[in-house]
Design a protein around this ligand. Structure first.
Ligand code: PMP
Length: 396
């Protein structure tokens, strides 16, 4: 027991001395996009509530009606007695929304990636994974025991090289749609071209594209005008859709297989029925209130131009996720602290969430931010930027 405690404490100390210690703040109110933490008010630039749907009246109504009708819990996994009709209704709507034959709801995006990838692929198979894919994809790939080839970020020549030289029972290319820490978009047209050429399927993690990109927020595939039945798509409910859970969209035979083999689906209590009800409402709102997406785009462009004017190291194109890449973890932490002191709520994103020497501040925008909110951030960054040499920082 003593040895265990000493080991853990010394590991924590090492994390701290590397400037990588994480702590959770406690939010007291969320009058979005302004929040209160420890009695201090902030403009929140750290939320994935991209379309400001969290708390939308129609979502609240749909969730409380579902709670009234079905109760507060599913009280069992879907295969036992938890398959309440609202799940199947939501899945039909979510599949249509993504332009796929079917969908299966999971309790979270993390759980879906882990369990879907490890169900569909095993040691006989080959996975091609972008180096900046989300942790849940990485963990799902590892759990599958498939051969994993990591290709350089969005580098289609590298992907083709390894596709050419590798074979297996099944091949899959897995990518984030919008990359969670960089805000850029996967080169899906080229990925699809390569998938067809080398007989692979494609899995796109649309956690950050759902609701934001494509026709009516359908996601990355729609953004590029693609429609292929060998592309399977993960959407999540906890970001733009203002709810929770996740949904894997795929052909029906894959859904049937997952229901029979996917441990993360089979052995987990279904979400409360209010969650699928909220997702149905969110999809309707996105279709009817298109101004949310166009406003988010305006703001993305506004901040991108402002950062470029300051010559700050950010993404190459405007996005609702805008990184300010500093490199060094402690400098990043200092910048975040300075912004916090000035009522701007941002987080220092450090390894292992991002690769070594690419620590950054990640600005997440929502359709409810204003130009004045962004101006305040920029006015604080301007002198600080020089101080911490962001101009000279380079991506590792
Ligand atoms: N994929 C990506 C790209 C993500 O950014 C996240 C969440 N940060 C997830 C999956 C996990 O989704 P969830 O939060 O629903 O577990």
């Amino acid at each position: 027991m003593k040895r265990f405690k000493d080991q853990i404490i010394s590991e924590l100390e090492k994390i701290k001395s590397d400037g990588l210690l994480r702590k959770m703040d406690i939010l007291e109110s969320g009058d979005f996009p302004y929040i209160t933490v420890n009695g201090r008010h902030y403009i929140n630039f750290s939320s994935n509530n991209y379309l400001a749907l969290n708390g939308h009246k129609l979502i609240k109504e749909a969730m409380s009606q579902a709670t009234e009708k079905y109760g507060t819990s599913a009280s069992a996994s879907r295969l036992i007695s938890g398959n309440i009709e609202i799940f199947e209704q939501a899945e039909a709507i979510l599949a249509l929304f993504k332009g796929k034959e079917s969908a299966l709801i999971f309790n979270s995006g993390y759980q879906a990636n882990l369990s879907v990838i490890s169900t569909l692929f095993n040691e006989k198979d080959v996975i091609f994974s972008d180096e900046l894919n989300h942790a849940s994809i990485i963990d799902g790939c590892r759990l599958s025991k498939a051969k994993i080839f990591v290709y350089r970020h969005n580098d289609m020549n590298h992907l083709e090289d390894i596709l050419q030289s590798t074979d297996g029972r099944r091949k899959v290319i897995i990518t984030d749609g919008v990359f969670s820490m960089d805000g850029d978009i996967a080169d899906l047209p080229q990925i699809c071209y390569l998938a067809e050429r080398y007989d692979a399927i494609v899995i796109v993690d649309d956690a950050h594209s759902t609701g934001v990109l494509g026709v009516n927020g359908a996601g990355t595939e729609s953004h590029f005008g693609l429609k292929n039945d060998y592309i399977f798509v993960l959407g999540t409910g906890g970001k733009a859709l203002g709810g929770g859970g996740a949904f894997f969209c795929c052909p029906k035979y894959v859904r049937d297989y997952l229901i029979n083999r996917c441990r993360g689906f089979i052995y987990s209590t279904a979400l409360p029925p209010s969650v699928p009800a909220g997702l149905i409402a969110a999809i309707n709102i996105i279709k009817n209130e298109t101004v949310r997406v166009s406003r988010l785009k305006e703001l993305s462009l506004y901040i991108h131009k402002a950062l470029k004017r300051l010559n700050i190291n950010t993404s190459s194109a405007p996005s609702h996720i805008t990184p300010i890449i500093i490199g060094d973890s402690l400098k990043t932490l200092n910048l975040a602290q300075n912004l916090l002191k000035n009522h701007i709520y941002v987080k220092a994103i450090r390894p292992p969430t991002v690769p070594p020497n690419t620590s950054r501040i990640r600005i997440s925008l929502t359709s409810l931010h204003t130009e004045a909110d962004i101006d305040k951030l920029i006015s604080l960054l301007s002198p600080t930027a020089k101080e911490i040499n962001v101009y000279e920082s380079k991506r590792a």
